[in-house]
Design a protein around this ligand. Structure first.
Ligand code: ADP
Ligand code: MG
Length: 227
């Protein structure tokens, strides 16, 4: 298994009372999977993804990424693993800097001090996600759909085994949502494992598995309607 999550829980306090934002989640994702997670707002989806991405320490449970127990590592080692094996796109659009599109995409390469042709790979990826013509633009000049493409290209810069994205189609129109989902499908076909949170029920034809999050618990299948 590429990503193996067992008994994963996260406890938070709300008005002095403890509650489980994520409650005993088990999830195994194999190489080449394309997994969709759906669920209502507040059900614990982002909390789960943040833990899986090595950004949030679980209260209990286990996360193995490519056989390595994530939270047994030191912070620095977790960052290293995250930078090399995992592409993470957090919820929202607030993570792009004042750099050009091209430099935004190249950035992870330098942050992880990789040797090699960063510009060549960035050009390749910009072409791959369909915005090569926008390389010199600033993020503030782009549409929501174009920004999502920048974030996707940037997350792929270090050739991750798995791409994790939190609601990558939120705030997009139906047409653009479909284009972004098609892009994920193509990336998946080229060998990258994908785990995304989505709420676009009509796009669930993309991917090979759907799971539903409700009150911190994750179950196989799509059953938002019954919630
Ligand atoms: P989703 O992504 O499904 O909308 P979240 O994972 O963001 O849900 O949040 C799950 C629950 O945990 C919500 O009730 C939210 O208010 C709560 N929560 C999230 N982060 C924190 C935090 N840092 N402290 C306390 N409660 C939190
Ligand atoms: Mg969320």
């Amino acid at each position: 298994m590429l990503l193996e999550i067992k008994g994963l829980s996260k406890e938070y306090q709300r008005r002095g009372k403890a509650f489980w934002a994520v409650n005993s989640v088990d999830l195994s994702i194999g190489q080449g999977d394309f997994v969709n997670i759906i669920g209502r707002s507040g059900s614990g989806k982002s909390t789960l993804l943040n833990m899986a991405a090595g950004l949030l320490m679980p209260t209990s449970g286990s996360i193995r990424l490519a056989g390595t127990e994530l939270y047994a590592l030191k912070d620095k080692e977790i960052s290293e693993l995250r930078n090399t094996r995992l592409g993470y796109i957090p919820q929202g659009l607030g993570t792009l800097s004042t750099l050009t599109v091209f430099d935004n995409v190249r950035l992870p390469y330098f942050l992880s001090r990789r040797q090699g042709d960063a510009s060549g790979r960035a050009s390749f990826l910009l072409d791959e996600v369909g915005i090569f013509a926008l390389a010199d633009m600033l993020p503030s000049q782009l549409s929501g759909g174009e920004l999502r493409r920048v974030l996707i290209a940037r997350a792929l810069m270090n050739e991750p085994d798995i791409l994790i994205a939190d609601e990558p189609t939120s705030d997009l129109d139906i047409e653009t949502t479909r284009e972004i989902m098609e892009l994920f499908a193509r990336i998946n076909k080229n060998g990258t494992t994908i785990l995304i949170v989505t709420h676009e029920l009509d796009t669930l034809e993309f991917g090979n598995r759907v799971l539903t999050m409700a009150s911190g618990q994750l179950t196989e299948g799509s059953h938002l309607g019954s919630l």
